[in-house]
Write a protein that binds this ligand. Structure first.
Ligand code: TPP
Length: 773
C-alpha cells in the first residue's frame, strides 16, 4: 500500500487544528517571542541566520532554560518523541481512512508526558493512560538496544499480528522490555494493580524474592481527569493514602493528564487540584503540560519524592486535548470554536518549539523541517506497515488466553517444604497425624504447607490475619509466617484484588481472600477485566499468578443473601479463569495445591470457591459418623493424589442413575443416593469439582454409564451450572434422559424462608424417583 499526495492532504486537514501544522501548511514560522512570522527562503525568520545549536555540544549540554534540569540535548530528543507521537495520531486517521487501521484515540495535546518518561528511570514499571504515546516512544528510545517505538505503535493501530505486546489483539501501550504493562480501556481499572505493584516491590525485596524490578523502582500509573473520579481510582487513591498514613512503603506516582474533558463532559475547572491536593499521605505536584521543562523538573521532583520516601505522589499535568476524543468523535458537537482555539494555545509541540528556539538550538525553520521530516517518516512507515498480517483464526487469537502445562502443574502440586521446615511450621503436630480433618482444617493445613514450601506466597484479605478469618480458615498463619506474608487489608475488595494483581507482577504468589461471594461482585472487574486479560493482551509477557479464595454458597442456617450468595455465572464465563469448587476436605487440599501450582507454573488466574456451610461439617449420613471429615495426605502421597484441573470425582458405582453435582450439592446428593439405594435405585454421584473448565469428558462418561442424569445444582436455575452441564451433555451427543433440580431464580432470604428457594435433599430424591419411573 502506498500513500498519495491526496492522502496526505486528507491527513493534513486533521492537522489543521494545530498551530504548528498551520505554520507548516502556510509556510509560516514563529519568532523567538513565540509569535507566528513568515518563513523566509533560507529557512530563517525575518532574515536572521539560522541557529545551528543542534550541533553545538555546549548548547546541547546546557539547561534548556535557566534553572531547569532539562538539557538542550534531552529537550531535542523529547521533541522528536513529541513530534512522532503527534504524527502517529495522524497516521492512525490515515490508516483508518484506508481501512487498514482500527484505533484512532490519540495523544495530541498530551505530548508533554514525554518528559515524565524522561524523569523516571527506564526500569520503573509504568501503567499508562491511552494518551501517553510520547511516554512510550521515549521509553523505546531509552531501551538498550533502542526499540522501534513508532513501529510498535503503528502495528498496534493496524492490529497486526506481529505487534510486540498484544500481538494484534488490541492497541495498547506496553512492552516487557520497556517495563510498560499494558492497560485496558476500562478507565482507572489499572490503578489497583499499580497500587498492588507499588505495595509489593519493597515487600518482594524484603522477602528476598528475585523481583522483576529493582528494589528502589517506583511505579507510575497515569490516567485522565474524568477517570480520576471513577470509584476504582478513588478507591486506589484512598488505599494509597491509607498505606502511606501507616508508613507502609508505597512508591507510587500517579500522573493525571488533565485535559479538562472526558469525551464531551467537562471537568469542573479546578476540580482535579481540589480533589487531589489535600489527601493525607499523597504529595501533590502540578505542572503545565505544554511546558516540557516544567513537566520534566516537576516530574523529577515527584519521582524523587516517591523514590526516596517510598511514599505516593500525585502529579497533576494540565494539558489540552487537540481534536475529538477519537477519530470518530466530532468535537464541534459539544465544543464552541473559541474553546477549540483556546486549546491550541496549550499545544505542547509549540511549547517545546518555543523552548528550543529561545535557547538557540533550532531556528523556526529547523523546527518546521523537523516536523515535516517526522511526518514524512511516519506516514512512510504507516504505509509500509499498513498491510501487515492480522490474526485470522480463533486458535491464533486465543493462544495466550490460558496456557496450561499439566505436567508442570502436577509436579508443582507435589512440592512440599522439607520435613524439618514442616515440623517447625506445624509446631511438631503434623496434620497427617491429626486424624480426620474438616474442610476448614484441611484448607488451613494446606495453606500452611504451601506457605512453608513457597516463600513467594502471600495470604491477605479482610480479617484473615489477626482473627484468622471469619470461619477460622486462616487461623494461626500470621503467627507462623509473620505480617510480611499474612496480613489484614483495607476493607475494599477492589484494592484487595488489585494488591494481588500487583503482587503477581512483582513475582509473588498472592492468595487473597474475598470474605463472601456476594462481595466479589463489586470488584469483579479486577478479575474479569484485569487479571484474566493480562496474558491475552501481553501474549504472556506479563502474567497474573493468582489464587483467590472466596467463601461462598448458601445453607448457613440463618439465610440472608449477602452471606449465602449462590451466583457463579459471573465467574464461569471469564475466558481462561479456573474456577475450583471443592466440597470434601481431601479434595479441597489437593485442589488448592493444584491451583497454587497452576498459578505458579502457568500464571493461571484461579478462584477457589469454598462452601461455607461445609467448613465445619463433620458428619454425612448420621450424627457422629464423621463421614465428611478426611485424613490429610502426607507429602509423599501428593503426587498420587494430584487432582488435575478439570477432572471430576465419582462417588459410588450405581448403574441406574448418575447424579451430577458439586459443592453443598455433593453432601446433599450423597445423602439422597443413600436413601435412594434403600428403594433399590443405584446411583453414582459425580462431583464436578471444577466449574471452569467443566469436566465435560467425565460428565459424559458417567452419564453414558447409566443413561440417566440428574443434575443437582445449588446455583440458580437461570445462568446456573446446570445449564452448562446440560449443554455439555448435548454437545457430547448424550442420548439418554437428563433432568435438573436447582435453586430458584431468587436471592436468598433471611431465616427459614431460605429453604424455600434453595435446592434440598428432598428435591433431589423426588426428581430421582420421577426420572426412574
Ligand atoms: C469504566 C469505563 N467507563 C466508561 C468508559 C468510556 N470512556 C472511555 S474514555 C472516557 C473518558 C475519559 O476521560 P478522561 O479520563 O478525562 O481521559 P481523556 O480521554 O480525556 O484523556 C470514557 C467515558 C470506559 N472506557 N471505561
Amino acid at each position: 500500500m502506498s500513500h498519495t499526495a491526496e492522502d496526505r492532504d486528507a491527513v493534513e486537514r486533521h492537522l489543521a487544528r494545530s498551530v504548528l501544522a498551520l505554520a507548516v501548511t502556510t509556510g509560516a514560522a514563529f519568532s523567538k517571542n513565540g509569535e507566528l512570522g513568515q518563513r523566509d527562503r533560507t529557512g530563517g525568520t525575518d532574515g536572521q541566520p539560522e541557529p545551528s545549536g543542534a550541533a553545538d555540544p555546549d548548547l546541547l549540554a546546557r539547561p534548556i532554560r535557566a534553572g531547569s534540569a532539562l538539557t538542550g540535548g534531552r529537550c531535542l530528543e523529547l521533541f522528536d518523541a513529541q513530534l512522532a507521537s503527534r504524527h502517529l495520531d495522524l497516521a492512525a486517521r490515515w490508516l483508518r481512512a484506508q481501512g487498514a487501521g482500527f484505533y484512532t484515540i490519540g495523544s495530541s495535546g498530551h505530548e508533554g508526558n514525554a518528559a515524565v518518561a524522561a524523569a523516571l528511570r527506564p526500569a520503573d514499571p509504568a501503567l499508562l493512560h491511552y494518551r501517553s504515546c510520547a511516554f512510550y516512544l521515549v521509553r523505546a528510545a531509552e531501551a538498550m538496544p533502542p526499540r522501534d517505538g513508532v513501529g510498535d505503535v503503528l502495528l498496534g493501530l493496524a492490529a497486526a499480528a506481529e505487534e510486540p505486546i498484544a500481538g494484534g489483539r488490541h492497541k495498547v501501550l506496553g512492552h516487557a522490555d520497556l517495563h510498560t504493562i499494558p492497560t485496558t480501556s476500562t478507565i482507572a481499572s489499572h490503578l489497583p494493580r499499580a497500587l498492588g505493584l507499588a505495595f509489593s516491590l519493597d515487600r518482594a525485596a524484603r522477602l528476598g524474592e528475585a523481583a522483576r524490578w529493582p528494589a528502589d523502582a517506583i511505579v507510575l500509573a497515569s490516567l485522565g481527569d474524568a477517570s480520576a473520579n471513577h470509584s476504582t481510582a478513588v478507591g486506589a487513591l484512598n488505599t494509597a493514602a491509607y498505606c502511606a498514613y501507616q508508613r507502609l512503603p508505597l512508591p507510587l506516582l500517579i500522573v493525571c493528564e488533565d485535559n479538562g474533558i472526558g469525551i464531551s463532559v467537562r471537568t469542573p475547572p479546578g476540580w482535579v487540584a481540589a480533589a487531589a491536593s489535600g489527601r493525607p499521605g499523597i504529595r501533590y505536584f502540578h505542572a503545565d503540560g505544554s511546558d516540557l521543562a516544567d513537566v520534566f523538573d516537576t516530574a523529577l521532583a515527584a519521582a524523587q519524592w516517591v523514590r526516596e520516601r517510598r511514599s505516593p505522589a500525585f502529579l497533576h499535568l494540565s494539558v489540552v486535548r487537540l481534536g475529538g476524543h477519537a477519530g470518530s468523535d466530532p468535537e464541534t458537537a459539544y465544543r464552541e470554536p473559541g474553546e477549540v482555539a483556546a486549546g491550541l494555545e496549550g499545544d505542547p509541540l509549540i511549547g517545546t518549539a518555543r523552548l528550543l528556539t529561545e535557547a538557540g538550538l533550532l531556528s523556526p525553520g529547523e523546527v518546521l523541517d523537523r516536523y515535516e521530516a517526522s511526518r514524512a517518516h511516519i506516514l512512510d512507515r504507516a504505509a509500509q506497515l499498513a498491510g501487515a498480517p492480522r490474526l485470522n483464526s480463533a486458535a491464533q487469537v486465543m493462544e495466550p488466553l490460558a496456557p496450561r502445562c499439566p505436567d508442570a502443574v502436577a509436579r508443582g502440586a507435589a512440592t512440599a517444604a522439607s520435613d524439618q521446615a514442616r515440623h517447625e511450621v506445624f509446631a511438631g503436630r503434623l496434620p497427617e497425624s491429626a486424624g480426620p480433618l474438616t474442610l476448614a482444617q484441611a484448607i488451613n493445613a494446606t495453606l500452611t504447607d504451601a506457605l512453608a514450601a513457597r516463600p513467594e506466597m502471600l495470604v491477605f484479605g479482610e480479617d484473615v490475619a489477626r482473627k484468622g478469618g471469619v470461619y477460622g480458615v486462616t487461623r494461626g498463619l500470621l503467627a507462623r509466617f509473620g505480617a510480611g506474608r499474612v496480613f489484614d487489608t483495607v476493607l475494599d475488595e477492589q484494592s484487595i484484588l488489585g494488591l494481588a494483581l500487583g503482587a503477581g507482577l512483582a513475582g509473588l504468589l498472592p492468595v487473597p481472600e474475598i470474605q463472601y461471594l456476594a462481595y466479589l461482585h463489586n470488584a469483579a472487574d479486577q478479575l474479569r477485566g484485569e487479571a484474566a486479560t493480562l496474558s491475552f493482551f501481553s501474549q504472556g509477557a506479563f502474567r497474573n499468578p493468582l489464587v483467590v479464595r472466596i467463601a461462598g454458597y448458601a445453607y448457613q442456617g440463618f439465610g440472608g443473601h449477602f452471606h449465602n450468595d449462590n451466583s457463579v455465572a459471573g465467574l464461569r464465563d471469564i475466558p481462561g479463569l479456573i474456577l475450583a469448587s471443592p466440597a470434601r476436605p481431601d479434595d479441597a487440599a489437593a485442589m488448592l495445591r493444584t491451583c497454587l501450582a497452576a498459578a505458579s507454573a502457568d500464571g493461571s488466574v484461579c478462584v477457589f470457591l469454598e462452601p461455607i456451610a461445609l467448613y465445619h461439617t463433620r458428619d454425612l449420613l448420621a450424627a457422629g459418623d464423621g463421614g465428611w471429615r478426611a485424613p490429610y495426605d502426607p507429602p509423599a502421597l501428593w503426587a498420587d493424589r494430584h487432582v488435575p484441573v478439570g477432572r471430576a470425582a465419582v462417588h459410588g458405582d450405581g448403574t441406574d442413575l448418575t447424579i451430577v453435582t458439586f459443592g453443598n450439592g455433593l453432601w446433599l446428593s450423597v445423602r439422597a443416593a443413600n436413601r435412594l439405594a434403600g428403594d433399590g435405585i443405584g446411583c453414582r454421584v459425580v462431583d464436578l469439582r471444577w466449574l471452569a473448565p467443566l469436566p465435560a469428558e467425565d460428565i459424559l462418561r458417567e452419564a453414558q454409564a447409566t443413561g440417566r442424569v440428574l443434575i443437582a445444582d445449588e446455583t440458580r436455575r437461570s445462568g446456573g451450572v446446570s445449564e452448562a452441564v446440560l449443554a455439555a451433555l448435548a454437545d457430547g451427543g448424550f442420548r439418554g434422559q437428563a433432568a435438573r433440580v436447582t435453586s430458584q431464580d431468587s436471592f436468598v432470604p433471611l431465616g427459614d424462608a431460605a429453604a424455600a428457594v434453595l435446592l434440598s435433599q428432598g428435591d433431589i430424591e423426588a426428581a430421582a424417583r420421577t426420572l426412574m419411573r
